[in-house]
Design a protein around this ligand. Structure first.
Ligand SMILES: [Fe+2]
Length: 232
């Protein structure tokens, strides 16, 4: 299975200069956040493949205008072609605004998924916006990673954790792939192609996104809450 992961910066080759057929080789698209909803909607339309996403700290717009045709797996667990995929968006809180969490809040979000993780027997691919603490994060308050993600890796040993938030151009010396224990931690930064072995699935389940668990929280932003309330 070939996966296209995207985050943080819209890829010109896949948008402004898109050529038909460029998304044909992928089975699935994953977004790690901080991307325009219109870009994700474009990718899902042109690629005609499922697009699973988590929000980044700059995705306040998703609350009122989510990306059309895409699947929000924030604080959720799904399966796709035999792979269990978990999503935890947002970053460590550094100012007021939605999709920012304290370490304790992120820990509580992970706790909501623990029963589903136990039932599923673990997770294969984790998509987050922020990196784990000390594994590809930065020192400044806005780009520090979550300790909770280290605990997640310690406990469930996913094959991959894909994250965004730390743009590759911030530091060209910074490697995009790291290993923490047995997990490959990948900074997606614009785009990253991930190839994983095909797994046996029933024909009826092939290329289907199946939900195992989902938690939806009200947005922690008063202005957005008001706008959503006024829509109804
Ligand atoms: Fe970010």
């Amino acid at each position: 299975m070939r996966i296209l992961a995207v985050s943080d910066e819209e890829c010109e080759a896949l948008w402004d200069y898109y050529q038909p057929g460029r998304l044909d080789d992928y089975d699935l698209i994953l977004s790690c956040g901080d991307l325009k909803a219109s870009y994700l909607a474009f990718l899902v339309t042109m690629g005609n493949k499922p697009l699973l996403y988590v929000p980044g700290n700059h995705d306040k717009g998703y609350l009122t205008q989510p990306p059309d045709g895409c699947v929000d797996i924030d604080c959720g667990l799904v399966t796709f072609n035999g792979y269990r995929i978990l999503g935890l968006g947002g970053c460590l809180r550094y100012n007021p605004g939605p999709y920012q969490y304290t370490e304790e809040q992120m820990n509580r979000r992970l706790n909501k998924l623990r029963f589903a993780l136990w039932r599923a027997g673990g997770v294969d691919i984790v998509i987050t916006h922020a990196p784990p603490k000390g594994v590809g994060d930065r020192e400044d308050p806005a780009h520090r990673g979550f300790e909770t993600f280290l605990e997640l890796i310690d406990k469930y040993s996913p094959m991959y954790l894909l994250h965004g938030h730390v743009h590759a151009r911030y530091d060209i010396q910074n490697p995009r792939e790291r290993r923490y224990r047995t997990t490959q931690v990948i900074n997606v930064s614009e785009r990253y192609v991930l190839e994983v072995p095909d797994r046996e699935v029933a024909p009826k389940d092939r290329n289907q996104v199946k939900w195992l668990c989902r938690h939806k929280e009200p947005p922690d932003d008063e202005e957005v809450r008001q706008r959503m309330f006024n829509r109804f």
